[in-house]
Design a protein around this ligand. Sequence first.
Ligand SMILES: Cc1cc2nc3c(=O)[nH]c(=O)nc-3n(C[C@H](O)[C@H](O)[C@H](O)COP(=O)(O)OP(=O)(O)OC[C@H]3O[C@@H](n4cnc5c(N)ncnc54)[C@H](O)[C@@H]3O)c2cc1C
Length: 571
Amino acid sequence: MLLSKCARDCTLSSVSRRDFLRGAGTMGVAAGAMAALGGAGVAVAAEEGAAAESAYGLACETGWVPVKKAACPGPRGPVGFEDREIAADEIAATEDCDIVVVGAGIAGLMAALKGAEEGANVICVEKMTKGRGCFECFGAVGAKCQEGIEINKVHLLDEMYRAAYWRVRPEPIRTYVDRSGEATDFWQAMLDKGANGFVISKVEQAPSTNGMPAMTQLIDTELGFYDSPCLPPDAGVRSGYSGIYVCLEMQEVAKQYDNLQLRFSTPAVQLVREGERVAGIIVKNADGTYGQINAAKGVILATGGYDANPELMEAWTRPEDYATSSWWNPGWGTTGDGHLMGIKVGAQMDPCPQPVMNFRWGNPDSFFDARTWNAIYFGLMINPEGKRFVREDLPFQSVSNAQNAQPGYGAGCFQVFDENMMEGMGDDATIQEFKDKGWLFEGATPQELGAACGIDGDNLAATIERYNGFFAGGVDEDFNRDLATTMPFTGTRFFALTTNSCVLATGGGLTINGDCQVLDIDDKVIGGLYAVGNASGNFFAGNYPRHIPGTSIGRAITFGYVAAEHAMKGE
Ligand SMILES: Cc1cc2nc3c(=O)[nH]c(=O)nc-3n(C[C@H](O)[C@H](O)[C@H](O)COP(=O)(O)OP(=O)(O)OC[C@H]3O[C@@H](n4cnc5c(N)ncnc54)[C@H](O)[C@@H]3O)c2cc1C
């Protein structure tokens, strides 16, 4: 009992210290930033060690405590943040504006346009050659296009807190629920200024059968761009790439504002602090020189998450959330720069492990969106032992979590189905193409299929037999899947399609209040500093709740809008 108390304290303190060192050491950045936060962790560790010693007469040895980690196989984007003193004579030019927005993703574009509409002189800098904008749908409450739809705000609030296991303070979620409708209307008004006729409209949802309380009429908040005739056929409406076109349209609209400048290939590398307040940023210009941009009203960090920064993924997220994943995000600017710049000036950040938006549908070699294979809606998820491990009709994130919890972080799992589940899905040429890629296997029996793809065929046969048996009684006794929306195995050709989870984004960030102002580690507002979208925290905890429609883009557009509005109030 005494030992377990001591071990628990040691684990808590040493994990945080080790993880921060890991992030700082490997990246060669953020030593000071990590000290700003990690320093507090070290002090706590020392105190806890001392407390353990005096209470139990035991010295607390921390070095041996094992920490489960895995190498992150994801992409490595260019980190903008620079953890060093930038001397005054390195600054080639200084300029002034009202609002600086860092990042031209969806949250940043919303902030920039809202600021410009409010009459601010806005400079929005983007590190990459184009802003990132991946989405197909989003959530909002009370937008004009939702007129006539009843959305119970109390239920939505309750479900969002529940989804975060109440590990968040209420204000940011309340801001989303209260203001997302207004932000959506503003978004549509901005798109109306564009040439291409993008239209936000309601996504029809049938009441859920997926075992979660949302995606039903209870929380009928989902909106999207599916009715926009301008979306080209290759827009990937169903795989999240339509958002790229929407963001390009917003960039075009931004050109209509004389008081708004969008600058690409211009990373912010540091925040400028004057006394207690953040007064601007330092950017690195394309020619390698540095510039300072002073912002009289505020700096809005809209830098997204850190899914393209392997060291931060390893330090701040769970190993199972990335170890065997592929990456679905085509823009690699999301390297946690806003997080690091914020921490450097004393900001507080969400505790670790932070949530990763990880979905099913991945493939070991690519961004392949397995949703194009209808059969997987009917088939089973099978691990290398030939066993089911999840209710297959759960929301994407939940299926992905379950797969990642399998041995080897879910490597070697398959979606198994038969030819009768493949109706409308593909011809033999497609099947052959996938076989040739090494992704699809076939057998005349479950045993033969098992031998072909390397899973336990006898177990697979037993699993299929047991699953088929559930249809007589209408109850999936193992996972409570809705059998009315699927079918038993009746065919003579058995298929297994490789699958793994995909990383889309990260969801943890700098601690903010309901106005998107960043808080320091004493919970005081850092004047002049805002964080929005995936750079902001205090919203998701532990998991991305995919059963609630589009809270990621919903948060991004709402917070961009709210932050710019608040900055202009000058409070
Ligand atoms: C394929 C895919 C599909 C998705 N579909 C959906 C969906 O349907 N619904 C949903 O809710 N969510 C979806 N998401 C998640 C969603 O894309 C993100 O949560 C959202 O884009 C976050 O917006 P953001 O503005 O905070 O960050 P981002 O869109 O990531 O933008 C951040 C920008 O900041 C830039 N930046 C970073 N550092 C700096 C710096 N130092 N200086 C200047 N610029 C910098 C980056 O280059 C980037 O352009 C999807 C994600 C993917 C990958």
